[in-house]
Design a protein around this ligand. Structure first.
Ligand code: ZN
Length: 222
């Protein structure tokens, strides 16, 4: 398979990039700017792709930002800080970007087919299934069928190898593969260091703890 993989610069997509490359797939990494409030993770994506010697492209679709209501894109919606131990389904709802993976994978598929590649990949995982419907297996399957029909390419694949793995499983795998996690970026707030309080920072911390892997991240708070 020749695969275009979405790379955000976070833990999950960086691990996926390493896994695809080490598994012997021909890989291109694609980072899409859709109006995120900060660009820190894009810098991480670039560095990670360079580190593992994968062709990297960044496309700026920040013109979409006014259309997408989410705490990740709108300055009038605050990014939630979450308590350490809570089920925060409702808190996380504001971080949903409507139809995000449909949009991003659609573009990735167009890029893949234009280069005679036959698959796209993204790092949907089990821990995200509750809040983010476009990280569920049913969506992966339906999108694969839709892309095959849309392009008359019955062999086209949507890979989501982490869809049944937790974030801790991903960290364990990435640790084994030698993913340079100190170069990845998770914090929704940007800045010089990870804030340690937003939902994304909390999940990052928890994943390292659960995986039993040392967390190389410098947080503002502990
Ligand atoms: Zn944060």
């Amino acid at each position: 398979l020749k695969v275009v993989t979405l790379l955000s610069g976070g833990i999950d997509s960086s691990t996926l990039l390493y896994w695809l490359k080490r598994s012997g797939y021909k890989v291109k990494a694609l980072t899409i700017i859709y109006g995120q409030k900060h660009s820190r993770e894009i810098e991480s994506a670039k560095i990670i792709a360079k580190r593992i010697d994968v062709d990297w492209t960044c496309v700026d679709l920040s013109a979409l930002q006014p259309l997408l209501k989410s705490a990740l894109t709108r300055t009038d919606v605050e990014i939630p800080s979450v308590p350490d131990q809570t089920a925060h389904y409702n808190t996380l709802q504001v971080t949903v970007v409507p139809n995000r993976n449909m949009i991003l994978l659609s573009i990735a598929a167009a890029y893949a087919i234009s280069n005679d590649f036959n698959a796209v990949a993204y790092a949907a995982h089990y821990s995200d299934r509750g809040v983010y419907p476009d990280c569920r297996w049913e969506f992966v399957h339906a999108l694969e069928v839709a892309l095959q029909l849309a392009n008359d390419r019955p062999d086209f694949r949507v890979l989501a190898p982490f869809v049944r793995k937790t974030k801790a499983d991903i960290v364990r795998l990435g640790h084994f593969l030698g993913v340079p996690y100190e170069l990845t970026w998770s914090c929704y707030k940007g800045g010089e260091r990870h804030c340690g309080k937003c939902s994304s920072c909390r999940e990052r911390k928890r994943a390292f703890q659960e995986a039993g892997v040392p967390d190389p991240t410098a947080y503002d708070t502990c």
